[in-house]
Design a protein around this ligand. Structure first.
Ligand code: IVH
Length: 677
């Protein structure tokens, strides 16, 4: 029998925990009307559960909250089968998604011109109103999309639902036979606030948000109670037996107004995608001022014949999408807390996460600022946390979902972690400060060392920028970070004792010459802990651009041959430090563009390992030569090693590995011959 894998076991446990916490939240939300977390947090945990269940379908239990189709049917109301399914919409999140949607439609209806119809998406509960000969006869909730609940008595108490349709010139056909109006029942924000004020005054518990309250209210069995809660109805659809009665969605909206039904006045039509995108941008902020809550827009094909022709996939029509403004909150798991040392010697803790999308971008780390902040949040490795984007840009940890904390975790020990990560350094936390700093090393010294490293032979190789020049530049305040070397002018240099016309000119030229350094040299030059020349090359060969490297997850980093946990975390932490983010942006602005260049030559596709010391060539030159000819220099013999070059005696274990992997062993002379062949 196969034993279950570690990740599988972890998923089993996680799915169980998620189901428990989601049903707890759901109870607080639906039954108690007092949600314990925001919708975004609920949705985020919910989608994590879906991910696990999709990967391991056998983990789906009959009581999983993901197994619900739409809203659960409650007892107590008569069930009514809808005249046509009450569909939901596919979500889209950005321009690319919207474009892809249009492309899909174009493929199905080649040559057809689409006119788009867009409206605000209301955050309430869907309801169908059925009018017979102009008289309201029935109101039905969405239910499971096929069958809903008859909530007519409750809906009749909603003051803006007409019990009889208005008799309007031009729209008389809607007063004959069956007219179905679909829309959303919402509680307006003002009404919600006023109701809560009343409850507070009466000493009753307040409600948490309008949507829950609306949903909870409409399912009350006592219509008197419903009448006491101010609900509103806003329509978005008009259905007739003869589809041609309603040629376009815009026509439906005009008819709804004429018939005395509330609908959003903001709805508009657009001839092209740019118009739709402008509408999306327009409402991104303005939506907060609408009288009801909204989480996005609905975009549909305006022409209803086209709409019908495009058909339905699953529960969603192809001809409409819901544009969702990005959630500003999400949950994820803290994989690690690493500490990065900034240019001034300050130790900044960074939380490393499982990647998660927040407000439209993938987040995988956030600064935790300092030891006090970690203690305040009591954030621990393994915790599930709520993250949000402060000012929509910088991700921050908001809180810890303590219910999902694994057993046996310990509070994060800052000083212990410092000792563990930086055994060779000592730190102090100056009186009254929240930040630990490297003891003794002043900012200037650290900076000078960093710049020297950046200019060193293995990095950018600016030989005129040696130790003394660097110290002079740093002391003069001309260089405050690595990128500053590209801002120095000749005039500035001439003011310093060390420089005369020729030497100043030479330095400026040498720096200017290195505006397009090789990417691996640049990455090495950044001085990321544990990233030496070889690691920089491995990273670059794997990711091929700074942008990719910047976005790499710890798992992706670890997947590279020769890169382990420590290096991966160090790289991730470096890119997570906002100071470094700023530094990279600055390089870009100064037009410093490292280039990726894959060398090719007779060693392309071949991998080399050197063991021992070669007499005629230092190790780094051997590496350089191999790379120059397109080969890869590896740190240890692996399955794909082509040659093991031996200086002196070869260790037993290396020999064994080499023969096991079919690696060819070369002595120094044989290697030189190969080079010169
Ligand atoms: S049009 C085929 N327009 O969002 C469904 N829906 O995810 C066409 N909603 O089921 C729906 N505001 O409950 C439409 N202006 C609006 C809406 C809206 C809210 C709800 C509705 C629908 C769900 C789609």
């Amino acid at each position: 029998m196969m034993t279950p894998s570690q990740p599988y076991k972890k998923s089993v446990k996680r799915a169980k925990e998620l189901r428990e916490i989601l049903s707890k939240y759901s109870y607080a939300y639906h039954v108690l009307d007092t949600p314990s977390v925001s919708d975004a947090v609920y949705d985020s945990l919910f989608s994590e559960l879906i991910t696990i269940e999709t990967k391991y379908p056998e983990l789906v239990t009959s009581d999983s909250p993901t197994g619900r189709v739409g809203n659960e049917l409650l007892g107590g109301f008569k069930k009514v089968t809808h005249s046509s399914r009450m569909l939901s919409l596919n979500d889209v999140f950005d321009r690319a998604d919207v474009e892809a949607w249009v492309v899909r439609m174009d493929k199905l209806l080649p040559g057809a011109r689409h006119e788009f119809f867009a409206d605000i998406k209301m955050d309430g509960l869907a309801c169908a109103l059925i009018y017979e000969n102009g008289i309201l006869v029935q109101a039905v909730t969405r239910g499971d999309s096929y069958v809903g609940e008859d909530v007519t008595a409750n809906v009749r108490t909603i003051s803006n639902v007409p019990l009889r349709l208005r008799d309007a010139e031009g729209y008389k056909k809607f007063l004959i036979g069956r007219t179905e109006i679909r829309g959303e029942i919402v509680m307006l924000k003002n009404d919600f606030v006023a109701l809560n004020e009343k409850r507070r005054a009466a000493g009753e518990p307040e409600f948490a948000n309008p949507r829950n309250l609306a949903a909870g209210t409409i399912r009350q069995l006592d219509p008197k109670l419903v009448a006491a809660r101010p609900l509103s109805f806003r329509a978005y659809d008009l259905l007739r037996q003869a589809a041609t009665d309603v040629p376009t969605n815009m026509y439906a909206y005009e008819a709804l107004s004429a018939l005395g039904i509330s609908r959003n006045k903001e709805a508009s039509i657009f001839g092209n995608l740019d118009g739709v995108m402008a509408f999306i941008d327009e409402w991104s902020e303005k939506r907060h001022d609408l009288p009801f809550d909204t989480d996005g827009l609905v975009v549909k094909v305006n022409d209803r014949a086209q709409f019908a022709e495009l058909g339905v996939v699953g529960k969603q029509p192809r001809a409409a999408v819901a544009f969702k403004y990005a959630a500003e909150q999400a949950t994820t798991v803290v994989k690690d807390i690493v500490i990065s040392i900034g240019r001034t010697g300050a130790a900044t803790p960074v939380a490393v996460f499982d990647p998660v999308v927040v407000a439209g971008t993938t987040v995988q780390h956030a600064s935790l600022h300092n030891a006090d902040e970690i203690a305040r949040l009591d954030i621990r490795v393994g915790d599930t946390v709520v993250i949000f984007k402060a000012g929509d840009i910088i991700p921050q940890v908001e809180s810890v979902v303590k219910e999902l904390r694994p057993k046996h975790t310990k509070p994060f020990q800052f000083e212990e972690a410092l000792k563990h990560q930086y055994p060779e350094l000592s730190f102090i936390r100056p009186e009254g400060e929240v930040v630990y700093r490297v003891k003794g090393a002043t900012g200037v010294l650290l900076l000078a060392k960093a710049v020297q490293h950046f200019a060193s032979k293995g990095a950018l190789d600016i030989d005129t920028l040696g130790e003394k020049n660097v110290v002079a530049l740093v002391n003069a305040g001309l260089v405050k970070d690595l990128a500053d070397i590209y801002t120095i002018t000749k005039t500035q240099l001439l003011r310093l004792d060390r420089f005369a016309d020729i030497s100043a000119g030479k330095l400026i030229d040498a720096i200017a010459d290195k505006r397009k350094p090789l990417l691996e040299r640049f990455v090495y030059g950044l001085g990321i802990r544990h990233v030496g020349t070889q690691t920089a090359i491995d990273l670059i060969n794997a990711f091929k651009s700074l942008e990719n490297l910047r976005n790499a997850t710890i798992d992706q980093l670890k997947a590279i041959d020769g890169i382990g946990e420590v290096v991966a975390e160090s790289v991730a932490a470096w890119f997570a430090d906002p100071d470094n983010e700023t530094l990279l942006t600055k390089f870009g602005e100064l037009n410093v563009k490292p280039v990726f260049e894959k060398k090719t030559g007779k060693f392309t596709g071949q991998n080399f390992v050197v063991t021992g010391t070669l007499e005629s060539l230092p190790r780094d030159e051997v590496a350089e030569k191999i790379r120059e000819l397109g080969g890869t220099f590896q740190s240890a013999v692996a399955k794909d090693t082509t040659y093991l070059i031996t200086g002196g005696k070869v260790g037993e274990s290396k020999l064994k590995k080499a023969s096991q992997y079919g690696t060819t062993i070369l002595n120094e002379k044989e290697f030189i011959d190969l080079l010169e062949k």
